[in-house]
Design a protein around this ligand. Structure first.
Ligand SMILES: Nc1ncnc2c1ncn2[C@@H]1O[C@H](COP(=O)(O)OP(=O)(O)O)[C@@H](O)[C@H]1O
Ligand SMILES: [Mg+2]
Length: 396
């Protein structure tokens, strides 16, 4: 008899799995040629550099002539190549313009939280981390999602380059590790350290759940781990998994500030209402165990906003009415530039040239910068040592 369908069993699933990994490898080969290591190709001209370090171009040239800074790198035709971010940070050090918090200020531990996938958490995590690193801050990104989008964007293949011992997993579940230092990975971005993730972290979800009964201190493992490394950073950004489980609870326990990305479509808006129900319930769980602190700020960020969709505009307006000053003023619009950069396993901040058009690129940069400038300000306001300069800048 003729069969009208093709049966699929475990062996076929295994074969599909193998084929998927082979494709990922091919993609990465193409993107990270020639030696499969991701590098930051960014260089900044002297004008931009002067702006970034808060000094004049003359001050830079004088320091170079006086030997206080190395002479600028030239190409074979003796033209200035521009400065790398590492070189710019050296200048900031020399001129005393690094924006680091004082030791007396608390490191900011920021969770880009939403219990849903596809809302832009990892996109915001990576772009905000890179924006802050461009400004000279010391940033640690902790990938808490076993899907490892952020890890991948930082040029690491979670399936091949990482061992289970390289992620949060050993610290969260095995008493052997007394600090999170083992997991800190320097990235190709100056100023950004990553704690990467891979699929094993998914196991942590139910292993933690089975341990937490009778031992609620398991909720605090992540927070305690962050305590062991936080003094080395200004900002620690947590990219949680898209579900309300043990890891998301641990993230809520560890964070001292929250940004909640929300795409303004009707469906997502109702899920945002659900988000606040889930957030309340999660915080009540923590409260029950005496583990509830306060957040230094909580802001909803309208993400993936498409101005061509009237429903988006309507709902974005509604969001402003409902959440008022709980919303960031700037929104992250839906941009082909972000999607295209993503396909190259990049962020918009590291693109060597516009992927679509110069105009789209510039627009995209403008709202990325505007969102991130707002986040940077919120962070600096939590640092008393920054208050005087914030007042001088007229933003406080
Ligand atoms: N502002 C944006 N414009 C265009 N595409 C976006 C934007 N934000 C996110 N995306 C795309 O949406 C998808 C999901 O984003 P991601 O940041 O991975 O979400 P999450 O981490 O919440 O699951 C990705 O393909 C990403 O490139
Ligand atoms: Mg993600």
């Amino acid at each position: 008899m003729m069969s009208y369908f093709e049966e699929i069993g475990l062996d076929e699933i295994r074969e599909i799995e193998d084929r998927s990994y082979a494709i990922i490898e091919k993609l990465r080969d193409r993107v990270f040629e020639p030696d499969r290591t991701k590098r930051l190709g960014l260089r900044f001209n002297i004008g931009t550099t002067a702006e970034m370090i808060g000094r004049t171009t003359t001050a830079i040239r004088d320091a170079e002539k006086a030997g206080r800074l190395p002479l600028p790198s030239l190409d074979e035709r003796k033209r200035r190549l521009g400065y790398t971010l590492d070189e710019i940070n050296e200048m900031r050090k020399l001129f005393g313009t690094l924006p680091w918090r004082k030791e007396t200020d608390d490191p900011l531990i920021l969770a880009i939280q939403n219990f849903k996938g596809g809302v832009g958490k990892s996109t915001v995590t990576c772009h905000t981390a890179q924006y802050l690193a461009l400004k000279g801050y010391r940033v640690c990104v902790i990938d808490c999602d076993s899907q490892a989008t952020t890890t991948t964007l930082f040029g690491i293949n979670p399936d091949l380059d990482l061992d289970d011992k390289d992620t949060l997993y050993p610290y969260l579940l095995h008493g052997g590790e007394t600090s999170l230092h083992y997991a800190l990975l320097k990235t190709y971005w100056p100023g950004i350290t990553l704690i990467p993730s891979n699929l094993t972290l998914y196991n942590a979800e139910y292993e933690l759940a089975s341990k937490v009964h009778g031992n609620p201190s398991m909720f605090s493992r992540l927070r305690e781990g962050i305590d062991t490394i936080k003094n080395e950073f200004d900002v620690i950004i947590l990219d949680p998994p898209p579900a309300l489980g043990m890891i998301s609870l641990s993230v809520l326990r560890a964070a001292n500030a929250l940004i909640i990305p929300v795409p303004p479509s009707t469906v997502d808006f109702s899920s945002t209402a659900h988000f606040f129900t889930m957030l309340r319930e999660a915080l009540e769980v923590l409260e029950k165990f005496g583990m509830l602190g306060k957040y230094k700020f909580l802001k909803v960020l309208a993400s993936k906003v498409n101005d061509n969709k009237s429903a988006h505009t309507e709902i974005a307006n509604m969001m402003h009415m409902v959440y008022e000053n709980r919303m960031l003023d700037s929104k992250l619009k839906d941009s082909a530039e972000i999607d295209n950069a993503n396909a190259q396993l990049m962020t918009v901040y590291e693109l060597p040239s516009p992927q679509t058009s110069r105009e789209t690129y510039n627009r995209c940069m403008a709202y990325l910068n505007s969102v991130n400038r707002e986040i940077e300000l919120l962070i600096r306001k939590t640092w008393p040592s920054h208050h005087e300069s914030l007042r001088k800048e007229g933003v406080m």
